[in-house]
Design a protein. Structure first.
Length: 270
């Protein structure tokens, strides 16, 4: 085992070897969870108030005739924060499905040009699958104040986008403000604008330094990794449910392993 570990360390590095080991443990769990869900297994999901509130937004949107605003964050597709953008796109797909059948399409804003065609494609695909392709409006997804250097930096200056989004939140009649994706300090500006306008706000991000702003301004907050669970909670997709179940199992294994190592070292057995 020591020889094998030394070989990995000299070729791909110790950290990469650890990640590879975790991946090799996770993959069989993922396949088992996906197979179980596909065969009809019902997995218990702990209640998340934010996703429950999302399901109730469109009844209010139809009653008032006002759209839901969704911010996809300030990053795009193809960078290190792609997973955060994909999490927001899952929420967009859910909102678009409800909007296509209720004539209350969401209003989407974003800051990175690479996210714009993806968001428009999600809207177009949902409307086509719902049989109302003629009602698709590409202007429902709007690119606000992109940084001219956004393609050369992992995360562009997002404050111009925040200013544009704040103006929309205060001047457009909206039923709710949803903010999911990768954000920085601009989250507080946008969240405060929505709060002062009296909007129901649902949002979250994976950036630890932004979580205090999420808790302070959102009516229903998604904390950290909870944003990635939208596909399972909202869309009920087999792959998302299986992945979520596998992650819960893997988390339990890691916690049990840490506790076991601590006990063994405390007893002097390791």
């Amino acid at each position: 085992m020591q020889v094998l570990w030394s070989l990995f360390d000299s070729t791909i590095g110790a950290r990469q070897a650890q990640m590879l080991a975790l991946l090799l443990v996770f993959l069989p769990i993922l396949f088992f969870a996906y197979w179980g869900v596909k065969r009809g297994a019902r997995l218990p999901l702990r209640p998340l108030a934010a996703f429950a509130a999302l399901r109730g937004l469109f009844a209010r949107a139809v009653e008032t005739g006002q759209p839901v605003h969704l911010s996809l964050g300030t990053t795009g597709v193809g960078d290190q924060f792609t997973a955060d953008t994909v999490a927001a796109l899952n929420v967009l797909e859910y909102l678009a499905e409800r909007g296509a059948v209720s004539a209350a399409p969401p209003l989407v804003t974003l800051a990175h040009p690479t996210a714009l065609p993806v968001a428009q494609d999600v809207l177009r695909r949902v409307y086509r699958q719902s049989g109302v392709a003629e009602e698709y409006d590409p202007t429902r997804a709007r690119l606000l104040a992109p940084d001219p250097l956004c393609f050369s930096t992992p995360r562009p200056d997002a404050f111009p986008y925040a200013v544009g989004a704040m103006r929309l939140l205060t001047q457009q009649k909206l039923v709710a403000n949803v903010m999911i994706g990768r954000f920085g300090d601009e989250f507080l500006l946008m969240g405060e604008a929505g709060a002062q306008h009296g909007l129901t706000q649902i949002g979250g991000t994976s950036a630890p330094e932004v979580l205090p702003f999420v808790s302070a301004t959102m009516t229903h907050a998604l904390i950290g990794e909870e944003i990635y669970a939208g596909g399972a909670y909202l869309l009920n997709k087999t792959t998302h449910l299986g992945s979520l179940f596998a992650q819960d199992i893997m988390r339990g294994i890691l916690v049990a392993g840490v506790i076991g190592i601590v006990l063994l070292r405390t007893l002097g057995l390791l």
